[in-house]
Design a protein around this ligand. Structure first.
Ligand code: IPE
Ligand code: IPE
Ligand code: MG
Length: 236
């Protein structure tokens, strides 16, 4: 058991702005460097045979940032998808976006749709990008979808809700990593994180290396997950 990889790792990639500020650079430089780290973590995940990796890339709240930062982030995202798409396809990655993707610029939306289609049959790493994502928003939209599908109050179960979340069909995150020292979820996977193990590091995202990713996975393996039950050794 303890040697097993988590089925799903989710990452709150935080600290790009502070990384840049510490170097007297514009925030966008932190985002640029952060994108390279995302690539490194994706590659490591493919290599180790991880099932699902979710990256919190842009939150619903992030739309409140200054217009020029938002537009630069969208440009970076578009460039990233253009540059990395063929490599992801080649590596057997199945790509999926969650969140209010319809709010993203047309160019980004088209690239996402294209990549989702091209990789739908892939069986390697499932790479989930949370884009214009908010946990509360996802839950409210799921309730609306369930109601529209005719779910009656008595039939409104946890499974009925889960089936309408953006993450339907994906395992819940076993491990959620957050960089930059903040110890909060910031509206990330609120429903799905009920029993996730949380790993916080003060490392800023642009400094988060493959080694540190491996350290987080090692830390996870040392944990005992009880899910509210009694430890196996104490029963019987
Ligand atoms: C994370 O880094 C990237 C996004 C939220 C898009 P930040 O931009 O939040 O960096 P800090 O937290 O200001 O350092
Ligand atoms: C969370 O980081 C969102 C992403 C990493 C995409 P934020 O920097 O937006 O979160 P807060 O504002 O510190 O809670
Ligand atoms: Mg931040």
């Amino acid at each position: 058991m303890k040697d097993r990889l988590p089925a799903h790792v989710a990452v709150i990639m935080d600290g790009n702005g502070r990384w840049a500020a510490m170097r007297g650079l514009p925030r966008v430089e932190g985002h640029r460097r952060g994108a390279e780290r995302a690539k490194e973590v994706i590659t490591a995940s493919v290599e180790m045979g991880l099932g699902t990796l979710t990256l919190y890339t842009f939150s619903v709240e992030n739309w409140q940032r200054p217009e020029d930062e938002v537009s630069l982030l969208m440009k970076l995202l578009e460039a990233y998808l253009r540059r990395e798409a063929s490599g992801l396809v080649r590596n057997g990655v199945r790509f999926r976006a969650i969140g209010q993707t319809w709010k993203l610029p047309g160019g980004v939306r088209a690239l996402i749709r294209d990549l989702e289609e091209k990789t739908a049959q892939n069986t390697g790493l499932t790479l989930v990008a949370a884009l214009s994502y908010g946990g509360r928003d996802e839950i409210v939209r799921a309730v609306r979808k369930a109601l529209a599908a005719g779910v009656e109050p008595g039939g409104f179960t946890e499974e009925a809700l889960e089936g309408h979340l953006d993450t339907a069909g994906l395992p819940e995150p076993d491990l959620i990593i957050r960089t930059s020292g903040e110890m909060r979820l910031s509206n990330f996977l609120l429903w799905q994180s009920a029993y996730s193990e949380l790993y916080f590091t003060s490392t800023l995202w642009p400094d988060f290396s493959k080694d540190e990713f491996l350290r987080a996975l090692h830390d996870y393996r040392m944990r005992e997950r009880r899910f509210g039950a009694v430890h196996a050794k104490e029963t019987g």
